[in-house]
Design a protein around this ligand. Structure first.
Ligand code: FAD
Ligand code: NAI
Length: 462
């Protein structure tokens, strides 16, 4: 038994960042993690391994499609899934070990085991009780089940299964055209699988800018991914390594089936609070199972906070990290703050997609007068040199004040480019501020400047 200022339950990006910041602010801190490795979903079975596989499969695809065009001759590579998974694991290990190192460096105690809030100011870890003045719930999320679809991690897999396949399936059906469906669908399509995505809505990536949704769909179709939209999956039967996916077309309620060697369930995630002792402590949760918090991440029970995927808001690692820092600051008596209006979202397909702030649909709904500055990567010299001229930058700015309200980007390095807009928005910048900033040539960033110019007197290279 040990006494702490703060115990954080969960060592994902929300929890470990909170722990490091608490320790940096002079609080005696421990972080409890049950999975046997720090880094949470993100480092172990989420962001990091998926990006490793996206990188590997993109490189393979480049070798097959573009190398010869650049005069790089020789046999195109073949796929060794075992080696690819070893590479993925080495990336995970390097990141996970890095967090352990940071804990030691910052003197955060790493308590290995499953934590339960066993009483006021008490966390028991596999039976051993530790005391803390403040407790932070950062237990993350898990795959949400879909009625009629049983994940066996053999024929029917979830994202964790999709990150660990030992061979490329011949036919892969993905249920859900959200972020996981499109990223993992892209990985296996590039590696040679016939990928079909079945989606309930009439578009991909719900919540994104409508023009991005259409352009991304077109691009992914061109890459060979098939889409069945406006179709609700009802059930999946798995027998002798073959799956039959039953779905209903929403236009006429007709039923149809698809056969596949693997089916990936990618229809969302839900908060993970099993065994945490919420009921015993009277901690309120929403109908969706999220731990309820106020504007300062406090639950209804004094001294207990919550953050990350387990509370309301986008399920994103950087949102969890920002909350982690803000909660630490609040506990240390500072004014922790997260600007929820400037949280970027990135989809790591090719082309990459990135978005921040309001969409046109949201601005229309709010009745806010806005202008659009758009620039296609067709007009960007650097993009042409890397086969990346598909896509565009779209900046939305207030019609009268020119203040940037949002940006929607599709193209090379979109996930990096978006941060110029994030910083601009944090400073309340206008489109003209970006337009008047010198951007190095030749860079993809010039496309962002051109879109900003298009909000005013016009882009130069359009
Ligand atoms: P988690 O990362 O889920 O961490 C919670 C941790 O708490 C877990 O390790 C769990 O074992 C532990 N835990 C739970 N209960 C207990 C307990 N009682 N005792 C001890 N430990 C406990 N987001 C992005 O921003 N970018 C991406 O590119 C991205 N890619 C993703 C790809 C995939 C395939 C998936 C599944 C997710 C992806 N995400 C991505 C989402 C991202 O992983 C999550 O938003 C993020 O991990 C949430 O952080 P968290 O700290 O709230 O929770
Ligand atoms: P999602 O919520 O993004 O998408 C789920 C999709 O499934 C939706 O389009 C929905 O309409 C569809 N759907 C639901 N039921 C269906 C049915 N019966 N039949 C057909 N379609 C159906 O969920 P996803 O992709 O599982 O991702 C979960 C979370 O992980 C996301 O919230 C995201 O924030 C996070 N994530 C983030 C990444 C990133 O930032 N790059 C990468 C991967 C995950």
């Amino acid at each position: 038994m040990a006494d702490y200022d703060v115990i954080i339950i969960g060592g994902g990006p929300g929890g470990y960042v909170c722990a490091i910041r608490c320790a940096q602010l002079g609080l005696k801190t421990a972080c409890v993690e049950g999975r046997g490795a720090l880094g949470g979903t993100c480092l172990n079975v989420g962001c990091i391994p998926s990006k490793a596989l996206l990188h590997a499969s993109h490189s393979y695809h480049e070798a097959h499609t573009n190398f010869e065009k650049m005069g790089l001759m020789g046999g195109a590579p073949s796929v060794d899934m075992g080696k690819m998974m070893d590479y993925k694991q080495s990336v995970i290990d390097a990141n996970v070990n890095g967090i352990e190192f940071l804990f030691k460096k910052n003197k955060v105690d790493y308590l290995r085991g499953w934590g339960k809030i066993s009483g006021k100011g008490e966390v028991s870890v596999d039976g051993e009780v530790h005391k803390a003045k403040s407790i932070v719930i950062a237990t993350g999320s898990e795959v949400a089940p879909l009625k009629g679809v049983e994940v066996d991690q053999d024929t029917v897999i979830d994202s964790t299964g999709a990150l660990a396949l030992t061979e490329v399936p011949k036919r892969l059906v993905v249920i859900g055209a959200g972020v996981i469906g499109l990223e993992m669908g892209s990985v296996y399509a590039r590696l040679g699988a016939e990928v079909t995505v079945v989606e309930f809505l009439d578009h991909v990536t719900p919540g994104m800018d409508a023009e991005i949704q259409k352009t991304l769909l077109r691009s992914l179709k061109k890459q060979g991914i098939k889409f069945i939209l406006k179709a609700a999956v009802q059930s999946v039967e798995a027998k002798d390594g073959v799956a039959t996916v039953h779905y209903k077309l929403r236009k006429d309620d007709s039923e149809a089936t698809l056969e596949a060697d693997k089916v990936l369930l990618a229809t969302g995630r839900k908060p993970f609070t099993d065994g945490l002792g919420l009921e015993g402590m009277g901690i309120k949760t929403s109908q969706r199972g999220q731990v309820e918090t106020d504007g300062h991440w406090r639950t209804n029970v004094d001294g207990i906070y919550a953050l990350g995927d387990v509370i309301d808001g986008p399920m994103l690692a950087h949102k969890a990290e920002d909350e982690g820092m803000a909660v630490a600051e609040s506990i240390a008596g500072q004014a922790g703050h997260v600007n929820y209006g400037v949280i970027p979202g990135v989809i790591y397909t090719t082309p990459e997609v990135a978005s921040v702030g309001k969409t046109e649909a949201q601005l229309k709904e709010e009745g806010r007068a806005y202008k659009v500055g758009k620039f296609s990567f067709m007009g960007n010299g650097r993009a042409k040199a890397v086969f990346g001229s598909e896509g565009f930058v779209k900046i939305l700015a207030d019609k009268d004040t020119d203040r940037i309200l949002g940006c929607h980007l599709m193209g090379p390095m979109a996930g990096e480019l978006i941060h110029e807009i994030c910083v601009a928005m944090e400073f309340g910048a206008s489109a003209e501020d970006i337009a008047r900033t010198c951007h190095a040539h030749p860079t993809f960033s010039e496309a962002v400047r051109e879109a900003a110019l298009a909000c005013g007197d016009g882009a130069i290279h359009a």
